[in-house]
Design a protein around this ligand. Structure first.
Ligand SMILES: *[C@@H]1O[C@H](CO)[C@@H](O)[C@H](O)[C@H]1NC(C)=O
Ligand SMILES: *[C@@H]1O[C@H](CO)[C@@H](O)[C@H](O)[C@H]1NC(C)=O
Ligand SMILES: *[C@@H]1O[C@H](CO)[C@@H](O)[C@H](O)[C@H]1NC(C)=O
Length: 581
């Protein structure tokens, strides 16, 4: 009897827990939006301790990478811009200025060994926002926001690589990093958006020319698919970028939208309007729920495999869709209902942590998903603040009130550098290379094992045994492709085969594997179309690239710790998930 009562009490408590609504957001009331934003911002900043004595400004604690701190400072700039609350301005300026590095271009010595163009790009985009929003300028003896953004841009323009794939930025900056052979969309998107915004801000046509060139390259490689306006993850140089890694992540299309909106504002051309409108249409793949209007990182949320980086991507899609409205006001009517519905859903699930208001990752479920983190908190804050866009001032340019001082030649000292600075730099030794080879073999094994579970499709008319046999022949085809130089991208693409129930754009796999051009169906283990959005394989692919990102035996770098663990646990999680299906 007493135990029954006890269980009843626990049950009631659980129900009460689910009924507690920490936030009652009214998206149409600026006061309500500001009040919710204030709490969400405080909870975001609670993850950061770089401003405390003895800590390093601009670094988040483990497991967050360096770039995410740069992205988070962008969110805090947004927080000040939308709400007028300057509580975090000093913390933000301190972090942004501490990480500039010796050459004032976000190549700080502690990070350059593992730094990618996208990592540097996120810091560059944050200081660009500071210039556009008139975030308080640093003291005159410190680097200035616009000059920092220009320096990031200049170092990246100098890395444009025409030797492979007729252009594009490599993912990694330095030669030995795994990923130096990969051209990823987010690196291009950051560079494109930064160029477009610098063109708009300064009126200098050179930046616009680079934005044009980057756009054309994304189209030529088909990383932007002009049929469904999907933006795929990237492509390896070993195939001259003819084999695309077909996963869609929200920040890729978000970054392209941001740049296209700035180009449209500057040129007022029909060409850029059409491009922007098309991308905006393509971005709808990231909205789900009963009315398809709640933002979701569809590639990993549905399978519970979003890694620490990916947990933050919705923050950037939100930030950039909202900025788009200022530069292309006609898009407001299209996107506002989506942002509004997403903000209500996001606020509703923030019931976690000791304070019962920490935000989880998944918004469309109507309940808290028991995760917390910088990414979750940033995304929820950004979507909440997006409701204030019509109440906010327009971004400025040099001609319309901008005060940030530029330096068109910034970053020059870093141009052409392909080794990190610093006395402790050592080339990778033979023993390290052996270790890297072992890791690569482990990585291949992980992909193959993960594929085994991915291939088990509960909607298949075949039983598991028949499917398993099919898997082996497909797997050997994929491994052949891999050995023939197709790399992980091909293995991952071959590993894609999901039930048709899931949301996403279906495209013919042949076009994924062969860039829409070649006939080589012999490489293609399937004739049926594949889903390109929801996936867990990307973790095996991209985390593996991250995994050997840091040369083995190098001094411990807190911001790249854990990458091995992340790779293993995502592979395990995806296997687990597939088993449960
Ligand atoms: C680099 O790392 C050292 C040692 O941890 C630290 O003292 C210094 O502040 C760091 N610099 C930056 C820019 O992060
Ligand atoms: C790589 O692709 C580019 C663009 O399609 C082409 O111009 C170039 O000739 C290709 N290079 C090789 C080695 O196939
Ligand atoms: C325009 O930008 C280019 C590229 O960064 C730079 O070389 C040039 O000096 C700039 N021109 C002016 C007038 O600022």
């Amino acid at each position: 009897m007493s135990s029954l009562l006890g269980r009843l009490a626990v049950g009631l408590l659980l129900v009460a827990g689910q009924l507690t609504t920490a936030y009652d957001l009214d998206p149409d009331s600026p006061d309500s939006v500001k009040s919710v934003s204030k709490d969400m911002a405080a909870d975001l900043v609670s993850f950061y301790n770089g401003n405390q004595p003895g800590n390093t400004p601009g670094l988040l604690p483990d497991p967050y990478f360096w770039w995410e701190a740069g992205a988070m400072m962008g969110t805090l700039i947004d927080y000040w811009y939308y709400t007028g609350d300057d509580t975090y301005n000093d913390l933000t300026s301190q972090a942004l200025l501490f990480q500039v590095g010796e050459t004032n271009d976000y190549m700080p010595r502690n990070q350059t060994r593992t730094e990618g163009n996208d990592d540097q790009g996120f810091w560059g985009l944050s200081v660009m926002s500071a210039a556009e929003y008139k975030f308080p300028d640093p003291p005159a003896d410190q680097p200035q926001w616009l000059a920092l953004a220009q320096a990031v841009f200049n170092t990246q323009a100098a890395r444009w690589d025409t030797e492979h794939c007729a252009g594009g930025l490599r993912w990694q900056i330095f030669t030995w990093n795994n990923g130096y052979d990969y051209k990823n969309s987010i690196s291009q998107a950051c560079f494109f958006a930064l160029g477009a915004r610098l063109a708009l801000y300064t009126g200098n046509q050179s930046y616009a020319d680079w934005a044009d060139k980057t756009w054309d390259w994304m189209i030529a490689t088909k990383l932007i698919n002009t049929k469904n306006w999907a933006v795929y993850d990237g492509a390896g140089i070993e195939t001259n970028c003819t084999v695309l890694t077909p996963y869609q992540f929200s920040y890729n299309v978000g970054g392209m939208i941001l740049g296209a909106a700035a180009m449209y504002n500057m040129t007022e051309s029909q060409t850029w309007k059409t491009r922007l409108d098309n991308l905006l249409e393509g971005s709808k793949v990231f909205f789900t729920g009963p009315n398809n209007n709640i933002m979701s990182e569809v590639a990993c949320e549905s399978v519970n495999t979003c890694n620490v980086d990916e947990q933050s991507f919705k923050a950037y899609l939100t930030r950039w869709l909202t900025m788009m409205i200022k530069w292309a006001p006609h898009t407001y009517d299209v996107i506002h209902p989506y942002l509004r519905a997403s903000s209500v859903a996001a606020a509703k699930q923030c019931k976690g942590g000791a304070n019962k208001r920490m935000c989880g990752l998944i918004w469309y479920d109507g309940k808290y998903d028991n995760t917390t983190g910088v990414g979750q908190q940033m995304a929820a804050l950004e979507i909440t603040m997006s409701n204030l866009i019509l109440n906010s001032s327009s971004p400025v340019t040099a001609d319309t009130g901008g005060t940030s001082v530029g330096d068109p030649g910034g970053g020059g000292d870093d141009i052409g550098r392909n080794q990190p600075k610093g006395p402790d730099y050592k080339p990778i030794t033979g023993a390290d290379k052996f270790g890297a080879a072992v890791l690569t073999l482990l990585a291949i094994a992980t992909v193959v094992v993960a594929m085994g579970f991915i291939f088990l499709d509960e909607t298949s008319p075949q039983g598991p045994v028949a499917q398993f046999k099919g898997f082996w022949s497909s797997a050997s085809a994929a491994i052949t492709t891999l050995a023939a130089g197709g790399g992980f991208a091909a293995a991952a693409a071959a590993g894609r085969r999901r039930s048709n129930k899931e949301k996403g754009i279906r495209i013919n796999e042949k076009s994924i594997l062969n860039n829409g051009e070649s006939e080589s169906s012999s490489k293609n283990p399937f004739s049926e179309p594949v889903m390109v959005t929801p996936d867990s394989t990307r973790h095996s692919v991209v985390s593996q690239r991250r995994l050997s990102n840091m040369p083995i035996g190098w001094p411990h770098n807190p911001s790249v710790r854990n990458s091995v663990v992340v790779a293993e646990s995502s592979a395990a999680a995806s296997s687990e998930d597939q088993r449960q299906r």
